[in-house]
Design a protein around this ligand. Sequence first.
Ligand code: SF4
Length: 735
Amino acid sequence: MNINHNFLRKFDGPLTRDLVLAPGQFGLGQVPKHSQPDATTTTVCGFCSTGCGLNVHLRQSEAINLTPATDYPVNLGMACPKGWEALTPLAAQDRVVTPLLRGSGIVRSIDWDSAMQVFTLRFKAIQDKWGPASIAFISTGQIVTEEMAFLGALAKFGMGMLHGDGNTRQCMATAATAYKQSFGFDAPPFSYADFEESDVIVLVGSNVCIAHPILWQRILQNKRKPRIVVIDPRATETALAATHHLPIRPKSDLTFFYGVANALIERQWLDQSFIARHTVNYPAFAEHVSEFSISRVSAETGLTREQFSSFIHLLAPGNRVSYWWTMGVNQSHEGTRLAQSIINLALMTGNIGKPGTGANSITGQCNAMGSRLFSNTSSLLGGRNFASAEDRSAVSKILGIEQTLIQTQPGYAYDQIMDAIDAGEIKGLWIIATNTAHSWIDQQAAKKTLSKLDFLVVQDLYHSTETAALAHMILPAAGWGEKEGTFINSERRIGLTKKVRKAPGQALSDFNIFRLVSQYWGCGQLFSSWSSPQAVFQILKRLSKDQPCDISGIEDYRHLDRLRGVQWPWADPHNDPPVHRSLFEDGHFYHSDRKARFLFDRPRPPVELCTREFPFILLTGRGSSAQWHTQTRTGKSAILRKLYPADPYFELHPEDARRYRINSGDLVTIESSRGKLNAAALVTSNLQPGQIFMPMHYATTNLLTCASFDPHSRQPSYKYSAVRIYPAANGPVAF
Ligand code: SF4
């Protein structure tokens, strides 16, 4: 193999030196005296999609600690516990420091040259025998946009893979699909300033207080004395702090929102002019929702007529109403239509394109939005369409590649990749920065599926993840803070994240691992201009040109850094954008007729219903603001670990606790038809009888979850599974 070995040595790029503040400009100034920094730089947090700015304090260019940036327009000097502890996981003992290869049950350390040779030979051998579609990749919303684009282009255009997806399928696919269908492009319309301009803030399936704590702080900065409505089966931390809580039955939300639409039509609380000028399909929608009377809504949702009517009253004309949703909507068997039932309310009342309004999906991971636009998975680079010859032609010209290298279909979604592995169609898998064996729905089946692979490569920071334990090869990756690039947050703000620490051992940035792979695979020539994240940012600008997500007006990283992030779109190279911008002020959407669509369907029951044998509905969700997903990073911080129970627990209602003779602290077995686990009981009236809740972060939670998917977005429905419970010591008992 013709490899220049100097090429390998050059890969660990320099620390950020050129984008630092002078000493003395330290944000909150909370730098401990014992570790005086000599400079500070601002970077964007690498956990959640809020996208907070963090001032990282440096000594000799290495991070020693951090404080929230007071001048960053997202967080205004605040950070949640994860942000404050963002540097800690980088120093964990279980970092992968060299490539690792498993063989005959033994894991051995190898050098990068050997790793790349094995990577290439094994994957190519599979492709030679079984065809190009026999290898695939699964990526993440945690790496920078430049890396996502590189991976997507490398895998599909360079390595000939047909199938690749990301863990954003688990959190944001529904919102992306709903926006694409309704607006003509995946375009969350809001800015965070809308939280502060609303009269009525409707939070649907969204526990903002712990999932996006800084956004809750933005809500609290609203001076209009807003009514805050939480629509959620559980009395979450957010519901307890809200002015109104509507504890609807799980998965009755589509009926609820159609009932709301019907009630607004009956009262004629509509923006008829907006409907006529800027939407299509309203008459059919109005007819559809006419079946959703208040009696039906009350019977199916469990809400009283008074609860329903008092909510409708809040939506009276003249109020600025903003709707916000997260996983309670997206992770549903009918999530896309549910998200669109919320979008429909905003459209019919003209609550879009004006301050304090919108149908607003808050994303999950720090770069979920980057993945949606640039990962080259469900959309062609730049939010384009694989099926469009025009789009394929544009991308081939921008990248200087043959159009025949670009597939005419997006390829399989995550669940379809898993099914194809199960069926023996996919035999090689490259997993980048995600923990499938923990987070995928119906975990036992997922692990069994992964174990069928002939060759599984995991590229991650840690060798201790559940997925790395199944891998044939582990590639050591640099983490947040050890590399540079851009993230796109929930409000479409592109922010810069910087290298403030050296990665340990031989770990490389994902970007440089992709460069290596391209060289060893023999397609390096295709990516000769993809030489650094900054160079790829210029390619992304060209890919976005004249798209709704046009960022061609941003000059470079320095420009982004100076402006403290820029929301897309921004195409004007001569002027700086305003700090906050929302979309659709002119009522123009992205379909060819510039009009939004009313889209709807009949509500359907969940795939798995409760029975006498499995009488409880299992709800899952975030446990605390100190935990992140599968805890591969947050679990490394002793401070964060103090903020949540170490062992699995679940919540159940006092009535059920009495019936089953369970007290708080008792060890209880929870069992579904797929698996079982033990967890400590927490008796609370925060949920309804017949429901239990368990945080998603524990390694065993997904043993219970039922694999069902929204048919449009193919997002898994994590929030409704049928289970039974019994004291762990006793075994199942009949009641
Ligand atoms: Fe902000 Fe999210 Fe980071 Fe917390 S995890 S500091 S809310 S970006």
